[in-house]
Design a binder for this molecule. Sequence first.
Ligand code: PMP
Length: 405
Amino acid sequence: HGQVFLDGVAGEDGRPGCDPIVFEWLLCSGNPLFLDPYWRRHAAASAVVVSGWHRMSYTTSDATFQSVELERQIRFLHTAVGNAIVDDKHVVFAAGSVQLINALVHALSPDANDASPPARVVATAPYYPTYRTQTAMFDGREYVWGGTTARWANASRNSTATTDGYIEFVTSPNNPDAQLYSPVLGGSAAAIVDHAYYWPHFTHIPAPADEDVMMFTISKLSGHAGSRFGYVNIYSFSCVRMWALIKDENVAKRAKDYVQNSIMGASRDTQLRMLGTMKAMLANLHTEEDIFAFGHDAMRTRWLKLNAIVSRSRRISLQKIQPQYCTYFQRIREPSPAYAWVKCEREEDVNCYDALLKANIITRSGVYFEAGSRYTRVSLLKSDDDFEVLMERVTDLVNAEKYED
Ligand code: PMP
């Protein structure tokens, strides 16, 4: 309470003050504060001290703009967790994976001087809306937002149309509904597979992922969303497997060029902090202080609590997720999704977001995910305190049904 931080921001748990707009956004967003207690337990081991003279140059000014050591630790972590095959991949750092959305769409699109039509960027509903908003913000000569795959998948099944020139975003496990998905377009379409949540906190790991272009972010891995660090693993010979127009291009190089041109390379300070974080996580794997055991336990407990309350409701329901065998924990693990994908069942609750808002529960409407207003997303990643308040409000909402019958 009332602590003053080194950066001069006063606030509980380091959270910003109650600017109503920022505060509302934080409550419904995927702000990963569920890991805050873990890092409080590992405060010294994860601390990084940086002298004033350290790494002052622009990241573009020498060959070390991507920390070789950090890249090595990232590869270790994937191999140790068994969630991705990285030996044959290039790693490109960026300021959060939001930046990678544009970097990769640019890298996979035909050159602006090319005579070919712009690439069509698509995703299957319900999908993470930032793919649409970021693509729409920059679309033009190189690429356009093409809507959901439903439209294109049908078109390509019914005619001889090819999937050339399509870039498909796939999130696995998905934000908002936590299901594991694969690309649906196939053929010569390029797929960008966003594995932000493909860590044992949030899902079982059936096998290491091995797609040509895989996005990851520290935000959902260690919880350091404010550091803005994401990376992509790109298959070294992805140019051969990608669609015709870019087959001679080097996708990893184009993605790297994008990052260099837009922010002059990922922040050195962030890279240093990430190195400390990676080392602390790696040192504790499979011990009592394993971050994934901690994260899974926190998220599983939340999911159980929410299910126990919602199972009494005829008004709202949740997505169904089964316990599954996880290669990391080497046992069947219970579900622990990052988000609850809530459906309003009553005919009059056409707008599920509004129905929950009336009960003082801030969610993100299914409309943003192109899934319709009957659905809304509840973030379960928040701080313990916020989660407890959420449980109180959901309980009140469900209890109120008794008096309505
Ligand atoms: N991809 C997905 C699927 C996400 O849910 C999020 C964050 N909510 C991001 C990317 C963005 O993460 P970052 O903090 O790395 O920009």
